[in-house]
Ligand binder design. Structure first.
Ligand SMILES: Cc1ncc(COP(=O)(O)OP(=O)(O)O)c(N)n1
Ligand SMILES: Cc1ncsc1CCOP(=O)(O)O
Ligand SMILES: [Mg+2]
Length: 574
């Protein structure tokens, strides 16, 4: 956006409020009464007297006035959660807020009950009065543009009735009902008297209901649910109560190594399977799943996509949080904001970084390409045509301006083939050309600083030779680690060789995916991949691709060899 200067002189000397609306990438500077304020937030309120000079903003509005055109307004998806508070913050309103924040959706809250709760259980419950629930609902729905309402703990028939009445008055795009009855610790949060009002009033208004096994069974008068077929029958019976979709969560099914959920929309059954994650940290998964579904619906996704994305998000968060320890009880909370540690998720819920991209990692070298008389762009083009799955520009001697120009050109080539491009060492170049990420070593810019500078979406790789470095890389928010030299190399001076044993030790200590580097080529890539550690995802190669006459041929050969390996990094039998 072009920066502009705007001079405004207020008509009176009284203090007035202005709302500045700023697009996400812009920064605005407001000079007022000799005070300077800088903000990157989409909007902020400026209180001023007299004249103000503004740079780089798109719109200004006297607060309360409606002079803005619709084009200037920034609307973000909005979920309203109507649920109980969990003092331990693993479930309820607190989980909903975190889930929506992680999915980048605004979340407002109507609190129906305040629970004294921790990882041991529920020690106390104090329900909010029906009138006050009604007041909260009206405050939010009469003022804010809510897209989707998500419900959790609705502790009384009166509260359910008030909710239904208010939703008829203030209709929203979608209603997600998590029919909470019992906490994960087994404490009752809504008694059996709630069942009939759920069935008769709330469910017919719902776009989806998300009961777990116990809730589905209670809603169906105690029917036993023990198999996937039972889940299907339950989904059909619950669908007949009026919701547009039913998701029966089979996480507690006995004798299943997978977590199986059944989604039924009246026409089709979708069997959604994922590996069961062994962890105590499952408190709040139901609330979080329903909130994620609501968040994705608020963004405009269709139901099946919203459910799939939500399920994947919760699985990833559970897996990521499986070892964290919060509280002494049997069921701990998990970490919704895994993004903060570098596991960024794009708007579609897919990880921005796909570890399988590490399979054939081509790392350029300006000297080698010069020696063979080719430009960096020709080298990158050939490597990609040969099957490179990720590219790093490692141009140690390049002048900044030349490096930036080549990086921009290579980025175009890489992106036209869907291949990520990373920059070695130079965060400035990565920022300037908007590369997909950087690779840093132990004496380069620390990964946590790179993460702060590049933001949560970019890919960050860190070179590690020891388990301690691998642990630190994870803490710092890296996405992968490069481990080596596995074999001696002439490409990097004085580089310590860690060998296959060193590689295996680092892989086993790493929570992050690993790419092996150093002296690797067609002759030994198979042996490297055969160490058989699941998080070893590929090999990074310099001279075996670029210190050769034909980059295309060499990359093809290596790609053919690596393609025989499966996703675990173990080689398939030929
Ligand atoms: C994929 C990958 N792994 C390791 C390295 C080495 O990085 P670093 O230790 O910073 O050494 P230089 O490459 O900067 O000499 C890498 N570049 N890529
Ligand atoms: C950059 C780097 N880091 C560890 S070994 C190495 C060099 C890899 O180059 P080559 O593939 O030519 O051995
Ligand atoms: Mg480096």
């Amino acid at each position: 956006m072009a920066s502009s200067t705007f001079v405004f002189t207020s008509s009176s000397s009284a203090s007035r409020h202005y709302l500045l609306l700023i697009p996400p990438q812009a920064s605005a500077k407001a000079y007022t009464n000799n005070k300077l304020r800088v903000s990157n937030s989409p909007s902020f309120v400026l209180r001023t007297k007299g004249s103000i000079h503004l740079q780089g903003f798109v719109a200004m509005q006297e607060k309360g006035a409606s002079t803005l055109s619709d084009d200037s307004k920034i609307k973000i998806p909005h979920v309203l959660t109507v649920a109980g508070s969990d003092s331990g913050a693993g479930a309820g309103i607190q989980a909903d807020l975190k889930a929506c924040a992680a999915r980048r959706v605004y979340c407002s809250t109507v609190i129906t009950s305040v629970t004294a709760q921790n990882t041991v259980g529920v020690q106390g419950v104090s329900n909010v009065s029906e009138d006050f629930v009604a007041e909260q609902l009206k405050s939010v729905l009469s003022d804010m543009q809510v897209d989707v309402v998500k419900t959790g703990m609705l502790p009384s028939v009166g509260i359910v009735k008030i909710l239904c009445k208010t939703l008829r008055e203030f209709p929203v795009q979608a209603l997600v009902v998590d029919p909470v009855m019992v906490s994960t610790s087994g404490d009752v949060l809504a008694g059996p008297s709630i069942l009939s009002v759920f069935r008769e009033e709330l469910f017919p208004m719902a776009d989806i209901i998300t009961p777990n096994l116990k809730e589905a069974s209670a809603l169906l008068d105690g029917v036993q649910l023990e198999t996937v077929d039972d889940l299907r029958s339950a989904a059909r019976l619950l669908y007949d109560m009026g919701p547009k979709n039913v998701l029966v969560k089979g996480g507690d099914l006995p004798d299943s190594s997978d977590a199986v959920d059944i989604l039924f929309n009246g026409d089709n059954f979708y069997e959604l399977r994922s590996p069961r994650i062994k962890t105590r940290n499952t408190h709040g998964t139901g609330c979080s799943l329903a909130s994620c579904i609501a968040a994705e619906l608020a963004k405009g996704y269709l139901m099946v996509s919203a459910v799939k994305v939500a399920k994947r998000f919760v699985e990833t968060a559970l897996d990521y949080s499986k070892d964290i320890v919060i509280g002494n009880g049997l069921q701990g909370p998990f970490d919704h904001l895994l993004r903060l540690k570098g596991h960024s998720q794009d708007c579609h819920g897919l990880q921005a970084f796909n570890p399988s991209d590490l399979l054939l990692y081509a790392v350029t070298d300006s000297e080698m390409n010069k020696k063979w008389g080719r430009s960096i762009t020709d080298a990158v083009k050939a490597a990609i045509e040969g099957g490179a799955t990720i590219v790093q520009l490692r141009e140690k001697d390049a002048e900044t301006q030349d490096f930036l120009e080549s990086a921009k050109a290579c980025l175009k080539i890489c992106h036209s083939h869907g291949v990520p491009l990373l920059i070695n060492d130079r965060i400035d170049i990565a920022l300037a050309c908007d590369a997909d990420g950087v690779h840093v070593g132990q004496s380069d810019m620390p990964a946590h600083v790179a993460r702060t500078l590049l933001g949560p979406e970019k890919i960050i790789g860190v070179s590690c030779k020891t388990p301690e470095q691998a642990q630190q890389a994870w803490v710092d928010g890296a996405d992968y680690i490069g481990c080596g030299g596995v074999y001696p190399t002439n490409t990097k001076e004085n580089n310590i060789t860690v060998g296959l044993d060193g590689l295996k030790t680092v892989c086993m200590a790493s929570k992050l995916p690993v790419v092996a580097i150093g002296g690797i080529g067609v002759s030994n890539a198979r042996i490297v991949m055969e160490i058989g550690v699941p998080n070893l995802k590929g090999v990074a190669v310099v001279s075996a691709l670029f210190d050769r006459e034909c980059v295309l041929t060499e990359t093809r050969k290596l790609h053919a060899m690596l393609s025989e390996s499966n996703i675990d990094g173990t080689l398939k039998k030929l």
